[in-house]
Every structure is written in C-alpha cells, then in structure tokens.
Design a protein around this ligand. Structure first.
Ligand SMILES: *Cc1c(COP(=O)(O)O)cnc(C)c1O
Length: 497
C-alpha cells in the first residue's frame, strides 16, 4: 500500500484512508461527482461500505413529512427508522399498558415466517383459517359454552373490534325482536359502567346507540347490578359487564348483574342479554379464579370478548369474540367468503388483516396448555399482590384495590399526607428511571379521585418489581423532603384508557 492517502471526502468525515488515485482511479472522483447524495443508490461503492451515521440521511436530514425525492440504501433507511424507534420508551418498563411486549424465541421466529399471511384470504391460507377456528373453539370451551360446537366466534384485531361486533349483534337482535313485535327500533340504548373502556363510547357513537352510564362511586366501585332497573327499559339492547375494569383491574360481578336482570325480567318481561368485555380478565379468570362464575355458565351471557394481545400473551393485534350459540349472532350480519371453493362465514369490520397473530395464539395454546397459562398468570398475580402489599404499606398511599382480580391495582395519595406533591409528580419522578406508571382521574362522579395504576404483565419479574419498589421509595422520599409545593401549572394527564 502506498504511503500517500487521499483525504476523506468532505461529506464523509469518518471514511478510512483511501488507496492512491492511481490504484483505484475512479472511486474518489465518482464520490465527489455526487457530493450531496452519497447515501443514495447508484453512488460509489465507497459510500455503501463506509461507516454508518455518515451517509446522507444519517448525517443529514431526511424530509419528515414529504416523500423523499430519491431512493436510499436499505441500510440507511433501516438505521433511520431503527433509531427513531429507539426514542420510544422501553416497553418492558411500561407498566401502563395491558398489551404484551415479550414473546419467546420460537414465537418470534414463527412470527417472522408468517408475517405475509392475510387472515381474510381463507382460500389462499386455509390452514391459518382452520387454526383460527381451533383457537376460538378452545376459548369457547375455556369459557364454558354449553355446546362449543354450536357456538360461533372469530378472531379480531383486538378487543375494540371484538366489542364492536358483540355490540352490533346485540343491536341487531334487539332490532329484529322489536320489528317482529311491530315496535319502534329508533332509540336503542346500552347500559354500562361509567368506567368502561373507550371502545364502548366509540361503539355507541359510531352505531347510534345511547350509552346509559351507571356511575361508579366509593360505595359501588364497579357495576354490580345495584339500581339496574332504573337504567334498563324496552330499548335496552344489552348490558356490558367488564371482567377487569381498565381503570383499576377489578372484576365486575357478572353473576350479580345477571341476577339483577333476572329480577327485571320477572317483573317486566324484558329479557336483556349481557356482553362480557373480558379484554384482560377473559384470559385470567379461567386460570386463576376457575370457581368464579362469570362466563357462559350464566345463561344471560350472550357473548364474550378478549384481547389476545393482553393476557392472551400474543403480540398486538389480536382479539377474540365468541357467541354462546349460533342463534346469538344474527345471520344477516355474516358475510360469506370463498374458502377452498366452498364458503366460510365472516363477521369482521376489517377486510385484510394479519394472520400471523392467530398462529402465534395457537402456538401459545400448544406450548403452554392450561398448566402453562396458569403458571404465567400466577407469576404475574404474585408480583401484583407483592407490589400492592408494599405500596399499600407506605404511609403516603391508600390502595384502591389489591391486584387479586387481574394482576392490576391502583392506589390514591393518602388523605392529608401532603400538600407538596401529587401522584402526577410521582409519575414524573418514576419516568426519570424509565418506568411508565400513569396517574389519572377516575371517571365521572369520581373525577376528584386521582389514582395511579400498575399493570403487571408477563416479564415483570419479582426482581424487577423489587427494583421498582426501590425507585418508588426513593421518589417518595425525595418528594416528601420538599420544603415547598411542586408546581402544578400546565400539569395534565395525557393518559387514555
Ligand atoms: C384494553 C381494553 C379494551 C380495548 O382492547 P384493545 O384490544 O386494545 O382494542 C376494551 N375493554 C377493556 C376492558 C380493555 O381493558
């Protein structure tokens, strides 16, 4: 090699020493011929090989809101997107979400192998379609359908779509019954807790159903059947019962709600069905509280939905909804799609949608079985109960609930503890350590109550939980030693359920 080297190209400061112009005559000159676009395809090999973070796009700005004029090297584009994704939080430290953020290596491999599958294309992917059916049949048995072969279900993109479908079936069944009786179908209503997840507000808004919110109070922390008769009337399409209220993680006593509706039927003749929103609890209760009667064992329960990407342990987005019998899902809502030259019923809001998650769910059903799901959920439960115990024992806090339903619990600042800080400040302090633990007001009627909530998911080990407690104690200690109040100006809860 010659001792003389050409200086690095001006736009490529990290480029290693080049060979002499004589031995590689065209390279440096070509690079200089396109000084402003060295990262783009078609420029010299030097720039494709040269160090990351010095190519155009990496060293300069990509336009963010307009389509770039030219192409980029895949490595460049990859690096840019990879680095931007890095600015998101560390999902493992996100104790705000219910959504799965970890799967094992085989699942990840399976995911990569099956990303191309389209759930709607039952003709091209008949095996994925068959596996979808196996999955909801397993769930139908898990949720104690009286005759799983006579139940009907589907995968969805998540609980939101599953709840929409459940709600639509309620509405259509009510319309049909009303029409058959020669009565008006103009003013359908749905009875639900004021602490429902936002998807139910969407359902009511998008499909013109009046929501009748039963407020939660200190006395009635969840919808429990109390005073139900003053909300239900002939226009009620159904009642939503939540297994695992998003705000707190508490179960609504579905059996009590069903009993209240039985009494209403005895008095008024109104036969009002229940949809159970089991977004999280649908995959916890069968394993951790098998004796709790909340599912199809209650005759009034017409349909149940769950998020497979919550405690179903699958990556987002997958949900399930199942109807007790085929008669609970009006057939005029079902569309036929061709399937191996035959027909396959389809009830969905989306057309194309990824099929890989369905295979991941099946993988987990095979891999974990009942025992495995029990162990995973029990481990999360143990961590939730541990954390609730530790936090509840702190002078600064009062627990709202203790994490013994789903592994989720919320707490309040103890009355009279301090005027200097609140739970939003604690949330911010914990954010400094990477933990995402939201504080937010409770729904209508209780908006003066601010709680903070932890969702324990698979992957938050006891050791991590102990580290979290160290950070919480440290943060509280810091806040308690303040000599004057933390500023509250501009403080808003950005958290949504
Ligand atoms: C999360 C949640 C939903 C919405 O579920 P997605 O799968 O995120 O669409 C609905 N209901 C309850 C009770 C939830 O916790």
């Amino acid at each position: 090699m010659s001792q003389t080297t050409t200086p690095p190209a001006p736009d490529d400061p990290q480029s290693p020493p080049q060979a002499t112009p004589r031995s590689h005559s065209s390279q440096p000159r070509r690079a200089r011929a396109h000084p402003s676009r060295p990262g783009h395809v078609g420029t010299s090999g030097q720039n494709q090989l040269n160090p990351i973070f010095a190519r155009e796009g990496e060293a300069t700005d990509f336009p963010q809101n307009t389509l770039p004029d030219g192409e980029s090297l895949p490595e460049t584009a990859y690096q840019i997107v990879h680095d931007e994704a890095m600015l998101d939080g560390n999902s493992r430290l996100n104790l705000a979400t219910f959504v799965g953020t970890w799967m094992d290596e085989q699942a990840t491999r399976l995911y990569a192998e099956t990303v191309d599958k389209n759930m709607v294309d039952k003709d091209e992917y008949p095996q994925t379609a068959a596996i979808e059916t196996r999955c909801w049949k397993m769930l139908s048995k898990l949720w104690n359908a009286p005759d799983p072969d006579n139940s009907i279900g589907t995968s969805t993109i998540g609980s939101s779509e599953a709840c929409m479908l459940g709600g639509l079936a309620l509405k259509r069944r009510w319309q049909q019954a009303r029409r058959a009786a020669g009565k008006s179908t103009e003013r359908p209503n749905l009875v639900l807790s004021s602490a429902v997840q936002v998807c139910w507000e969407k359902f009511c808004n998008y499909w013109d159903v009046e929501p009748r919110y039963v407020p939660i109070t200190d006395e009635h922390k969840v919808l429990d059947g109390h005073d139900l008769a003053s909300y239900v009337d002939e226009n009620t399409i159904g009642v939503v019962a939540i297994m695992g209220v998003t705000y707190t993680g508490m179960y609504e006593p579905v059996a009590l709600i069903a009993a209240a509706l039985d009494r209403i039927q005895a008095e008024t003749g109104l036969d009002v069905p229940i949809h159970v929103d089991g977004a999280s609890g649908g995959m916890i209760a069968p394993f951790l509280q098998p004796e709790l009667v909340w599912d199809f064992r209650l005759e009034r329960v017409a349909s149940i939905s769950t998020s497979a990407h919550k405690y179903g342990l699958v990556y987002p987005g997958l949900g399930w909804v199942i109807w007790r019998t085929v008669d609970d899902l009006p057939s005029d809502l079902i569309f036929d799609v061709t399937y191996l030259g035959g027909h396959m019923p389809s009830f969905a809001l989306n057309f194309s949608r990824p099929g890989a998650q369905v295979l991941l769910q099946y993988y987990l059903f095979l891999r974990l079985g009942w025992d495995g799901y029990y162990k995973v959920q029990k481990a999360s439960h143990d961590v939730a109960v541990y954390l609730a115990g530790e936090i509840g024992a702190m002078r600064a806090f009062d627990l709202w609930n203790d994490g013994t339903d789903i592994p989720v619990f919320a707490w309040q600042l103890a009355k009279g503890h301090t005027e200097n800080w609140n739970l939003y400040h604690l949330s911010e302090r914990l954010r400094l350590k990477g933990w995402l633990i939201p504080a937010y007001p409770m729904p209508d009627n209780l908006t003066d109550v601010v709680v903070q909530r932890i969702v324990v998911r698979n992957g938050l080990s006891l050791n991590l939980a102990e580290s979290l407690m160290v950070d919480i104690r440290e943060a509280v200690d810091y806040l308690d030693r303040l000599e004057s109040p933390m500023p509250t100006e501009g403080m808003v809860s950005s958290f949504t359920h």
